[in-house]
Design a protein around this ligand. Structure first.
Ligand SMILES: Cc1ncc(COP(=O)(O)O)c(C=O)c1O
Length: 411
């Protein structure tokens, strides 16, 4: 991008933008929630659409001058509906957390009971953690994974639902590596009369590409962030049945937000157009193939993975029997230019600030064009660094990572 004006108007920010761009180019991200937005997405974000106030919805705005903006938002809505086979789409949510809060407010009253997976078992803060408004405003009850399989125990979940009669069950996670049996969630919701909210934030790209099952028809509401596997802007899409459309729309605007960010909505439309292309399916398949190889290679090196592997783009390395905790591993790898995120493992004896696990994801390295060969090189390097637990060695590896990055520029 040409930063001509930024350079002269604010040289300090200009320099930082350039420095961060260089950092992203010369380091790797295995952070499962990150990706590189498409160049066309960045251009849409930087467009004058940011200048327009468009409070309201298509054809019903509070200000004049929204004829073109209406076309932009309509494109985003229609593409989201088509890609995910949804009856209704709202593309105004600013991000995942506000979207979840809006959905809860649409479907529940404050204090109502909601079931969500515990954060330390793979859930998200906005699924009822006590530090989040979700946990303060609603009575969240956590379900957990099974201690042996480290996967959702549906019988226990069903019992919890029968005992507590929740208004909503939240399914969909931040650190859960296995495929989810969405139908089982639907069945439990039907039995107890709860809404099913599916949070597809992490796997939206693979679902859009058709390489993971699309659960939209089973859910009452689906929420997904657009900045992870979809390679879009920092935003969220909410899909729902027509019967809930008015409630959801009102909860987003005016319930919890004001003017929509139409430059971002244009960028959402752009990433959805990219996701319709055959090349995107190839990309999504490669994300999964890379994650599988990463899991197999780590297992060959006798690492334990939570739930024994992955069906998605992410895996969680269980370091509890190694000489290093999640935070130390994260810091050490960062010295080498490999960015990861520490993660609790189910029944973790350590607090989340330290954590016994390390979450790894393949969406971003795959976006740079890396395949199985590079994943094998990376796993070898990660293993060497973690085993040595030595900052000097990690520093030495930085040069190798830089070389690898040069061969696979951010696209
Ligand atoms: C499953 C899930 N839901 C919601 C969110 C929240 O998204 P945001 O950071 O955009 O608020 C995340 C973020 O990582 C997530 O993983």
């Amino acid at each position: 991008m040409n930063y001509k004006h930024l350079k002269s108007s604010d040289p300090e920010i200009y320099k930082l933008v350039r420095a961060e761009t260089r950092r992203q180019a010369s380091e790797l991200t295995l952070i499962a929630s990150e990706n590189y937005a498409w160049p066309a997405v960045l251009e849409a974000l930087a467009s004058p659409l940011t200048n327009k106030y468009a409070e309201g919805y298509v054809g019903k705005r509070y200000y004049s001058g929204n004829k073109i903006i209406d076309k932009v938002e309509t494109l985003a809505i229609e593409r989201a509906k088509a890609l995910f086979c949804a009856e209704h789409a709202n593309v105004q949510a600013l991000s995942g957390t506000p979207a979840n809060l809006a959905i809860y407010s649409a479907l529940c009253n404050y204090g109502d009971t909601i079931l969500g997976l515990s954060l330390s078992h793979g859930g998200h803060l906005s699924h009822g953690h006590s530090v989040s408004a979700s946990g303060k405003l609603y009575k969240f009850i956590n379900y957990e994974v099974d201690q042996t399989s480290e996967q959702i125990n549906f019988e226990k979940l069903r019992q919890l639902a029968l005992e507590n009669q929740p208004k909503i069950i939240v399914a969909g996670f931040s650190a859960y590596p296995r495929n989810i049996d969405w139908q089982k969630f639907r069945n439990i919701c039907d039995e107890v009369g709860a809404y099913l909210l599916i949070d597809l934030s992490h796997t939206a790209g693979m679902v859009a590409a058709g390489v993971l099952p699309n659960p939209t028809n089973l859910a009452d509401v689906v929420m997904m962030t657009t900045h992870k596997t979809l390679r879009g802007p920092r935003a969220a899409i909410v899909l729902c049945k027509l019967a809930l459309a008015e409630k959801i729309d009102k909860a987003i605007f005016p319930g919890t937000q004001g003017g929509p960010h139409e430059n971002t909505i244009a960028a959402v439309a752009v990433c959805l157009a990219e996701a319709q292309r055959p090349e995107f399916k190839t990309y999504a398949e490669q994300i999964l193939a890379n994650a599988k190889v990463m899991a197999d290679e780590l297992k060959n090196l006798s690492y334990h993975l939570v739930a024994d592997g992955t069906d998605t783009h992410l895996l969680i390395l269980d370091l509890s029997h190694k000489n290093i905790n999640g935070r130390e591993a994260e810091n050490l790898l960062a010295i080498a230019g490999i960015n990861t995120s520490r993660s609790t493992i189910p029944f973790d004896p350590l607090p989340p600030t330290k954590a016994s696990g390390l979450r790894l994801g393949t969406a971003a390295i795959t976006a740079r064009g890396m395949k199985e060969t590079e994943v094998k090189i990376l796993v070898k390097m990660i293993d060497e660094i973690l085993k040595a637990n030595d900052k000097k060695l990690a520093k030495q590896k930085k040069a190798e990572i830089k070389e690898l990055c040069k061969k696979f520029p951010v696209q």
